[in-house]
Design a protein around this ligand. Structure first.
Ligand SMILES: C[S@@+](CC[C@H](N)C(=O)[O-])C[C@H]1O[C@@H](n2cnc3c(N)ncnc32)[C@H](O)[C@@H]1O
Length: 281
């Protein structure tokens, strides 16, 4: 298509339609002031599908179900890196894991990274748990990473990381990095096969029920709640609660809080929560 022929001005009506479509399919609420963000994320897509303007793109969306995944891939914000927010990992290593081991449970620890993005969080969890496994014969684990974007899950499944993605982890935990990540600066680093074999990635929308996966001992739902309204956060958190063990732990993002919401979780420490016991019906 002739590039000059694409009209990338978005009318208020088309903006409103696209916001509604995105909300219906991902739960993500695009703020009323974010029209230029949406335009910049979709501009090249109009050309790729030969849509002359946003009205034509919306019509294309309604005719081609696969385009919805492409739209989702483009509107999600996927910023992540290894060892994000050290206090989460301090709690995980120094409080949560010793407590799990003390209980002497004869089963695998199960962890869910519920907005996994390109997989750095799941792989951070993997390296820390592998460290424990090598020191404790009876300990084992599995990690599930899910996301609504297929594009980021492709990267997560390849599991090759370099640059900024690993810099902080490498600096903060040099021994763990060296013991469990193999590679070089040019080609990137991957977690060792023992870790990778215990991590699975799967396309999943947090608003849908996660089947055949839980219950989880630890859930990471980090830096994703910010994209949802309060009511939508409560819906997700009710479902997450159903997927957790009663003595499990939930980690959220550094700019998120559940304290003002009516959820079945209670705070243990800032950004760290545990499930409340369910009221008997
Ligand atoms: C900013 S990243 C957070 C990554 C990681 N948890 C972290 O804290 O570094 C947010 C991720 O949430 C995903 N996401 C957004 N809406 C979602 C939904 N309804 N269900 C599942 N994942 C969703 C996005 O695709 C994106 O990869």
């Amino acid at each position: 298509m002739d590039i000059a022929k694409v009209d990338v001005t978005m009318s208020d009506g088309d903006f409103s339609k696209l916001r509604a479509i995105v909300h219906k399919n991902t739960g993500i609420t695009i703020g009323e002031t974010r029209k230029s963000m949406l335009v910049s994320r979709l501009r090249s897509r109009l050309r790729e599908v030969a849509a002359p303007d946003f009205a034509a793109y919306i019509s294309h969306l309604s005719k081609d179900p696969e385009e919805m995944q492409e739209l989702t891939n483009r509107v999600t914000t996927n910023e992540t890196y290894f060892y994000r927010t050290p206090r989460v990992w301090d709690y995980f290593q120094d409080e949560f894991l010793p407590q799990f081991l003390t209980k002497g449970q004869n089963r695998s620890l199960r962890v869910w990274s519920g907005a996994a993005s390109t997989g750095e969080e799941a792989h951070t969890i993997g390296t820390l748990l592998e460290d424990v496994r090598l020191k404790n014969q009876n300990f084992d684990y599995s990690i599930l990473g899910t996301d609504v974007s297929s594009r980021v899950l492709d990267v997560a499944t390849k599991g090759v990381y370099k640059g900024r993605s690993i810099a902080r982890f490498r600096q903060a935990k040099p021994e763990v990095f060296k013991a469990h990540m193999t590679g070089n600066d040019t080609d990137g680093f991957s977690a060792n096969p023992q870790i990778r074999s215990r991590i699975k990635f799967k396309l999943h929308n947090l608003f849908d029920r996660l089947s055949k996966a839980g219950p989880f001992d630890a859930v990471f739902l980090r830096n994703v709640l910010i994209y949802f309204t309060d009511d939508d956060q409560v819906k997700i958190l009710d479902q997450v609660h159903d997927q957790m063990r009663p003595d499990g732990v939930l980690f959220i993002g550094e700019s998120e809080t559940l304290t003002k919401l009516n959820t079945p979780f209670e705070q243990i420490a800032p950004i760290i929560y545990r499930p409340k016991a369910k009221a008997k019906s």
